[in-house]
Design a protein around this ligand. Structure first.
Ligand code: HEM
Length: 424
């Protein structure tokens, strides 16, 4: 085992900064070529990164799931252009190696720069802090077709999502063999990571779709103010907390009961690009908005009264009927009304300019949810919401992805997906 200088010692914070980029290695592109990534000679500027700037990359579970949500997102789905298992393994090794460096704020490349070759690192994150960058990988259902001999390793829980009510999916914003979720407090750091992984993978993968997100819409941390989504409501009040081990084990991490041991400690992510009809929403009365969600807009308290974090009393009635309407989003999505089922939400707002056909904003929520089995969590939830939720009038699901996120990586020789490829 060789030690990797870019890896934080025993999961602790790394005392490094992004430094002036000096070294490069010629990035060997093309199918089957191992792309060298290494540590750049580190000289010069920047103030030392603090432990608060870095999230440990290694661990039992991948970072970026139970990790306190960062402010920004760059999400990308990729398709493999190779049919070689060796290429797939090389890609995963190279991506892991690059990810280890980027999350501690180191650029890619090694040795003296070659002025005649393109720089290995694209450079836009030089001098920026690690910004709590996390990189999380997922494998889509299509990776388990016949191309790589992995069909026997496809988990039953990675069943294609069935058609669901409330969706008008754009194939160009859906699916993918692989996904990378890059989250950071600095948008440029998140984008840089996604871009450089795409670049390293050239010849083996192509980008299929991507999504930038801002303004995290879900709390996963106790004791912090709940952020608001683009509808102006607090979002994440009753989300699973990243420090609630019992809930994580029950609802998020794949356990021993899986049909695919390589997924133990992993999770399944469902990503949905949900367009909001903002102009319609903005014309709805405050009361309609509150009845739609089931909470007061300003305080975030449930319509049954009390304060934001008080448990909604779904049985309470007023002279006009239930205090929280029967079709309110929080009622239909609640564990109480869904056989105790919960999910870990980790979404972001997005705006992608305007929909020129209607002169309306193309904006909404890039919904990301982690769970141990989408068949019993996301799918039944969305079936119910899509059919009955008052919110459906104001939203439409326009993109969709489902990915199996393998467990975390260990020491320097380990890589994303080793449990999958090694198990075959
Ligand atoms: C644009 C679309 C959506 C918006 C604006 C939205 C907004 C909200 C808001 C404001 C809350 C209340 C605060 C909280 O507890 O987090 C909430 C709760 C929740 N939402 Fe959504 N949501 C959307 C889509 C979805 C989808 C697609 C699902 C799952 C299929 C979902 C599942 C949940 C769950 C499980 C809760 C917690 C309910 C509870 O236990 O009280 N949401 N959402």
């Amino acid at each position: 085992m060789t030690s990797d200088p870019a890896e934080p010692a025993s999961g602790g914070p790394a005392r490094v900064t992004r430094r002036r980029f000096l070294g490069t290695t010629v990035a060997a592109a093309g199918v089957g070529a191992a792309v060298a990534v290494g540590v750049t000679s580190a000289v010069g500027g920047g103030s030392p990164a603090t432990g608060e700037d870095t999230v440990p990359f290694s661990g039992e579970h991948q970072a970026g799931i139970a990790t306190p949500v960062q402010d920004r997102l760059a999400f990308a789905a990729f398709d493999l252009t190779t049919t070689s298992r060796g290429d797939l393994e090389r890609l995963l090794r190279n991506w892991t190696s690059a990810a280890r460096r980027m999350v501690v704020g180191r650029e890619l490349g090694r040795g003296e720069p070659d002025p005649l070759a393109p720089p290995v690192d694209t450079g836009e994150a030089l001098g920026l802090r690690p910004s709590r960058l996390t990189l999380t990988i997922g494998f889509g259902p299509t990776m388990f077709d016949d191309r790589f001999g992995l069909s026997a390793r496809r988990p039953a829980a990675l069943a294609d999502l069935p058609p669901l009510p409330g969706e008008r999916l754009d194939p160009e914003r859906s699916g993918g063999d692989l996904c990378i979720q890059a989250c950071a407090d600095d948008p440029q750091v998140a984008f840089h990571a996604m871009r450089n992984l795409a670049r390293l993978g050239r010849g083996t993968v192509v980008l299929r779709w991507s999504q930038l997100g801002f303004g995290r819409t879900s709390t996963t941390t106790s004791g912090t103010a709940t952020p608001r989504n683009l509808m102006g409501f607090k979002d994440g009040t009753r989300n699973i907390r990243g420090d609630d081990r019992t809930a994580l084990d029950r609802f998020v991490w794949v356990g021993d009961d899986t049909d695919q041991p390589w997924m133990r400690g992993g999770s399944y992510v469902v990503a949905r690009r949900i367009r909001m009809f903002i102009e319609v929403w903005d014309r709805a009365s405050l009361q309609d908005q509150q009845d739609t969600i089931g909470r007061f807009k300003v305080s975030g308290a449930p319509l049954s009264g009390g304060r934001e974090h008080d448990t909604p009393r779904f049985g309470d009635r007023t002279s006009n009927g239930p205090a929280i309407p029967d079709d309110a989003h929080i009622r239909l999505a609640s564990a109480e009304e869904n056989h105790g089922v919960r999910i870990l939400r980790r979404g972001y707002s997005f705006t992608d300019g305007i929909d020129t056909s209607r002169g309306e904003l193309d904006a909404g929520l890039f919904f990301i949810a982690y769970q141990r089995d989408p068949r019993t969590q996301f799918v039944p939830l969305q079936r119910r919401l899509g059919a009955h939720d008052a919110l459906s009038e104001y939203i439409s699901h326009t993109g969709s992805g489902l990915f199996a996120c393998p467990p975390g990586v260990g020491g320097p020789d380990d890589f994303w997906g080793r449990s999958l490829l090694g198990a075959v």
